[in-house]
Ligand binder design. Structure first.
Ligand code: EPU
Length: 366
């Protein structure tokens, strides 16, 4: 069913809490609904939005915002070998509900992506990622509605051209609307624990909570634990705790998660960053980094931002999150797009001046 609202207030519909409106807002709950829309009559441009958790509205939106209510999680295929599952999930399902479903079923795949805000439909567009897993690693195919032809098309994972926080959909904005995502989950034991201290934390939690009988009680509520030694639920709960300690709670502080991408630079640029940091500090500085297979180096933007003294810095109602400076928050609840854009610009300029690296925003500017 389609529901239309004009001059829709989007304040509660974007996690940054920007007080903006859209000329037209359309809610729909099936792929068929999309075929019934007269696309050429809609105020333009058209923006399909999930939870509004990875975007920054910079002003009132003159076009049409569409919101998917397509639900459903259906096992479409279960392989006998290793109990692999293919699950088709509606774009309007909350991503974390899907992560919870998979952990309860004790299948591996999305547990590291637990507690990422947003819907399943946004996962392939942004190629969401956390703790060593990206949506690309677990997506089998993506079904979408092609606005120009009115047809549903299915793209294989390869056709989605996934890259770091990037995909085919990002380069074809306004052409496709994701309706369903089919995930490939695994029954055999395959936790991904190599990121940071995740393995250590999972093992620590496994020890602490060993005693409990109820496998599915969330750790943070009960201080008790899932089946041992390591289950998808244990990894999920551990990831949730790590995120809770670092990232602002979406219900308490408006934000859109990581505001910037982690820059990938040549090895020579990385050495120059080390030299600059050492020059400024007057001593050798261990700059955190990840060496990538092609010889380039990924540097955590959080480190660059912290080094340049931005932790906790404010600009009007906006602030750099103290515990994870990669995140900009609507600190007062009354931050305007202008506050956030000004803070963003100041950070980008300072890091460019200091290290010669230009940060790119991870959050979509609308
Ligand atoms: N760091 C600092 N100071 C800080 C925090 C972090 O210097 O205050 C440095 C440390 O060296 C740390 C490194 O940054 O080791 C990495 O920090 P973290 O593990 O928190 O990850 P991130 O690179 O900052 C990325 C994703 C997050 C995802 C985490 C965990 C991007 C843009 N962000 O952040 O994704 O949760 O890894 O996998 O790639 C999101 O996209 O919205 C998001 C939150």
């Amino acid at each position: 069913m389609i529901k239309k609202s004009y001059n829709k207030n989007l304040h509660k519909l974007n996690t940054f809490g920007m007080k903006v409106s859209a000329s037209l807002y359309i809610e729909y709950d099936s792929a068929e609904d999309l075929t019934a829309i007269q696309w050429d009559k809609l105020p333009q441009p058209v923006l399909n939005m999930g939870e509004g958790s990875n975007l920054l509205f910079t002003k009132d939106f003159p076009g049409t915002v569409l919101h998917s209510g397509i639900k459903g999680m259906d096992v479409v295929e279960q392989m006998s070998s290793g109990d692999d599952l293919f699950v088709r999930v509606g774009a309007g399902v909350i991503m974390d509900d899907f992560c919870d479903w998979a952990a309860r079923k004790e299948v591996w795949g999305p547990e590291n992506l637990s507690a990422i805000p947003g819907t399943v439909g946004a996962a392939p567009v942004q190629n969401i990622g956390a703790y060593g897993v990206e949506a690309a690693d677990i997506i089998d195919s993506v079904e979408c509605f092609e606005i120009a032809t009115g047809k549903i098309v299915s793209l294989s994972a390869e056709e989605c051209e996934f890259a770091y926080r990037d995909s085919f959909f990002k380069h074809n904005r306004g052409r496709f609307i994701v309706t369903h995502v089919t995930f490939h989950l695994h029954g055999d034991f395959r936790p991904v624990l190599e990121y940071g201290k995740l393995k250590e934390e999972v093992e620590r939690n496994a020890e602490i909570y060993k005693a409990d009988a109820d496998p599915y009680k969330p750790i943070y509520q009960t201080r008790f634990v899932p089946p041992m030694p390591v289950s998808p639920m244990l990894v999920r709960e551990t990831v949730k705790i790590i995120r809770e300690n670092k990232l602002p709670s979406p219900s308490k502080k408006g934000s859109a998660g990581s505001f910037f991408k982690n820059p990938v630079v040549d090895a020579a640029v990385f050495r120059a960053v080390e030299d600059t940091a050492a020059g400024l500090k007057g001593e050798t500085v261990a700059v955190p980094h990840y060496d990538l297979p092609d010889g380039s180096v990924k540097i955590p933007a959080a480190w660059l931002i912290e080094f340049c003294g931005f932790k906790g810095k404010t600009c009007g109602g906006a602030a750099v999150w103290e515990k994870q400076p990669l995140v900009i928050v609507n600190d007062t609840g009354r931050a305007t797009p202008r506050d956030i854009l000004a803070l963003e610009r100041t950070i980008i300029e300072k890091i460019k001046d200091t290290f010669g690296i230009e940060l790119s925003p991870e959050v979509d500017h609308i």
